[in-house]
Write a new protein. Structure first.
Lengths: 525, 247
């Protein structure tokens, strides 16, 4: 039996101060995981190299933390100096001893009985800055908690949950600011991305993801359809401290599957927007799926990396889109550089030189149902990809599935679903999944590891040369990052709606992932 | 909680819409989302007939709405994609089907069919009815409530026409040369679990197999087209149709 002096634990708790510079320089402390994707660049890559292809067979579960709710447990833990901060559905935050999983404190927020969330009472994690932990809630509050005891420091109302607004993402904390994007694209909301003062909770800026009358882009919406235009921003973005730009994906225009009332490209839905972090002003945007009619949100984590394109070194952003294409853009200008399908796609017949899809009109949702690849849930979804600076590969948890897309009438009522259709997914053995490794610069596939069914688990890559991911049949597994060979797996016993991360405690590397209603932490034995 | 609230909201909507439900639209919604399994006019097909006075899994209006929303776990009935008032409309249409229903009459001699099931057909070697029989194929205790006579006839004469995924036949060969054929009980990305006709359960890691063949188009059940005469087939269908489970 191991003993851990209580004073040491307390001391590490008191020391858990995370000034902005620590997050900027996160690579200097690979034992910690200080932001949703570990680093601002969205790479979800761990520099820890203790667990390798040679020893991963010795990986064993060390502890499990179980929650008391039946909703999906989708959190990415934040690891700071021996403490893990996790969100639990529907609206709780816990601080856990990273050695044992024993709880240090817990904050629980009651969920209003009339909450409206289209797709589950979920939360994907916290942000930390200085001595404060930040969490968004299903009733659209942003709450600051004392990192040492969970006490509420401030509570700001971001929007009215009764009209379908919610926060499900992990906030992104940068220098003095906390950034969040709103969810609610199925309720006729008008989306936005906000920055709040980290100390006071006061809103510093708001970028509306749908322009209003008189603003650039308004001509991309017919009539007053912009007022219910959707374009939510429900997955955590990335940040480039040098350019001081925030990169954030946006979701579907509303109503999702019946676009008849919103003729036009519907800016800035299904886009990546680059915002000046100081002002929230739009620096550039790139729309992946203009006038979307399949709910192909572009709320995928953007990965920032540098590379040479056509003989010229460039600052890049790569994004594996729900619409089944992997894109590379210049992250200074937003210039389109390349797009390549990484999964089966039938809704278009290719991408033109400007990056615009050649949409196939016969693939539109219909009253009788139209069979389209990828399905409503896309070739990937909210769960994270990973970029490894060691292999220069992007690892994408990929869904190979089709759906019959239906179109029905859509009538807006406050707080009610405003979608105009739906899907019937083709499942069973006709659907499958894979982890695919793509050349980060070209999107060319280097290898794939096939999965039994379309996954809902993101991946992490490590300096040890491994990629970890999960499956809907409960398999947690390690692949060789160079060739995709499966090296180790563990049956967790539940569906995995998860995002894998890695940290170290006491000098020992750990791998953490949720499965079912539990957090599993693995280490070498 | 969400589902409960949704049902309450939908029932409320239904109450206010009850004066003039748009039955033409309801029929369109039903034809799109339900008729594929439950047949046109809900007379049944792969799924049970809905043109019955009382539905087995949904005895009240609220239960119909709930069932459409959530599906029936463990069966082929999926959750619906209908939204808002659409669910209430479809529920109203289903109720109307029941109100106009005349119970289907199945030709044939139930007693003779039972004898064929237990004797000449050898059906109990693979199917259970209550506690009797051998559990390899689907349990038939309530098959009459779930399938129409026409659907049962097709399953008997052309069993490969449609095979439930949970009864997919697989054939594997291990790297040591052992061959196993049976029904895939479960499968994940690394392992597969197989039930042999003998009742023996087998579990393999896929990495230990040299062959993993999925016979998705080949039913483990033989065709009874030539085993039974037309009259015998009809008797067997009458017997199967009489199996309604616990009422």
């Amino acid at each position: 039996m191991r003993c851990f002096p209580a004073m040491l634990l307390l001391a590490s708790g008191l020391a858990a101060q995370v000034p902005y510079q620590r997050i900027v320089n996160a690579d200097k402390e690979p034992q910690n995981w200080l932001s949703y994707s570990r680093t601002y660049n969205g790479q979800r890559y761990s520099p820890l190299a203790q667990i390798t292809p040679a020893n991963v067979a010795r990986l064993k579960p060390l502890w499990t933390y179980q929650i008391d709710q039946m909703d999906h447990f989708e959190t990415t833990p934040i690891a700071v100096d021996g403490i893990l901060y996790v969100t639990e559905p529907p609206d709780a935050v816990s601080a856990l001893d990273a050695r044992t999983g024993r709880r240090l404190w817990r904050y629980v927020r009651p969920v209003p009985a009339d909450i409206q969330v289209c797709c589950g009472r979920v939360n994907r994690g916290v942000a930390i800055l200085d001595d404060t932990v930040y969490v968004g809630t299903l009733d659209a509050h942003l709450i600051a908690l004392n990192a040492h005891n969970g006490a509420v420091e401030w509570d700001t109302i971001v929007s009215d949950y009764k009209s379908g607004h919610a926060l499900t993402l992990a906030p992104l904390a940068i220098d003095g600011k906390v950034i969040v994007g709103i969810a609610g694209g199925e309720y006729g909301i008008r989306g936005f991305i906000d920055a709040y003062d980290a100390k006071s909770g006061k809103r510093l800026w708001r970028f509306w993801t749908v322009p209003s009358a008189g603003e650039p882009g308004i001509q991309s919406w017919a009539g007053d359809s912009w007022q219910r235009g959707g374009a939510p921003a429900w997955v955590t973005g990335a940040y480039d401290p040098d350019l001081n730009l925030v990169y954030w994906g946006t979701g579907n225009p509303g109503p999702d599957w019946n676009p008849a009332g919103r003729q036009g490209d519907n800016l800035y839905s299904c886009s990546l927007v680059a915002l000046d972090a100081a002002t929230g002003k739009l620096k550039w945007h790139f729309q992946f799926t203009p006038h979307d009619s399949h709910d192909y949100d572009s709320t995928n984590v953007p990965m920032l990396f540098d590379g040479e394109v056509r003989g010229k070194p460039r600052k890049l952003v790569g994004l594996a889109n729900r619409n089944a294409f992997y894109y590379v853009l210049d992250r200074i200008t937003g210039e389109f550089l390349s797009a390549k399908p990484y999964a089966k796609v039938t809704w278009n017949s290719g991408i033109d030189d400007s990056g615009r899809p050649r949409v196939d009109a016969s693939m539109e949702p219909s009253e009788k149902g139209t069979l389209v690849w990828p399905s409503l849930y896309g070739a990937t979804n909210w769960f994270s990809p990973s970029y490894s600076p060691a292999t220069k590969l992007v690892y994408v948890s990929t869904r190979e599935q089709s759906s019959y897309f239906y179109r029905t009438e859509a009538e807006y009522q406050k707080g009610a679903m405003f979608v105009g259709g739906g899907e019937r997914a083709v499942g069973g053995d006709k659907a499958s999944g894979a982890v695919r490794a793509l050349d980060a610069l070209t999107g060319n596939q280097k290898w794939e590891f096939k999965l039994q069914s379309p996954p809902w688990s993101g991946v992490v890559s490590t300096a040890g040369g491994l990629v970890f991911g999960g499956s809907m049949e409960g398999n947690f597994y390690a692949l060789d990052a160079l060739n995709g060979k499966p090296l180790w797996d563990y049956q967790t016993g539940a569906e995995m709606y998860s995002n894998v991360m890695s940290f170290a405690v006491g000098g020992q590397q750990r791998i953490a992932v949720t499965a079912g209603h539990a957090l599993f932490v693995f280490g070498l034995q | 909680m969400l589902t409960t609230l949704l049902v309450a909201a939908l029932l409320a909507q239904n109450g206010s819409a009850a004066a003039q439900p748009d039955m033409a639209r309801a029929k369109r919604l039903f034809d799109t989302g339900c008729a594929g399994c439950h047949g046109p006019e809900g007379v049944g097909g792969k799924g049970p007939s809905l043109a019955v006075p009382k539905l087995r899994h949904a005895k009240t209006d609220g239960e119909i709405v709930q069932l459409i929303l959530t599906g029936i776990p463990g069966t082929e009935m999926p959750p619906s994609w209908y939204l808002g008032g659409e669910v209430a409309l479809v529920a109203a249409y289903v109720r109307q089907l029941g109100a106009n229903a005349t119970p289907p009459k199945v030709e044939g001699d139930v007693a003779k069919g039972k004898a064929l099931f237990e004797g000449k057909g050898g059906c109990a070697n693979c199917h259970t009815i209550g506690a009797a029989g051998h559990a390899y194929g689907p349990d038939l205790s309530d098959i009459g409530a779930r399938r129409t006579a026409a659907s049962l006839r097709e399953s008997l004469t052309n069993p490969s026409a449609e095979i439930a995924p949970e009864y997919m036949q697989v054939h594997v060969v291990t790297r040591q040369g052992e061959q196993v054929t049976g029904i895939r009980i479960n499968e994940d990305s690394f392992t597969i679990q197989i039930l042999e006709p003998s009742g023996r359960f087998q579990s393999f890691r896929k990495a230990d197999l040299s062959t993993l063949e999925k016979r998705a188009d080949q039913s483990p059940m033989p065709s009874y087209q030539r085993v039974f005469s037309d009259a015998e087939l009809q008797d067997l269908i009458a017997y199967l149709s009489s199996l309604r489970g616990e009422q």
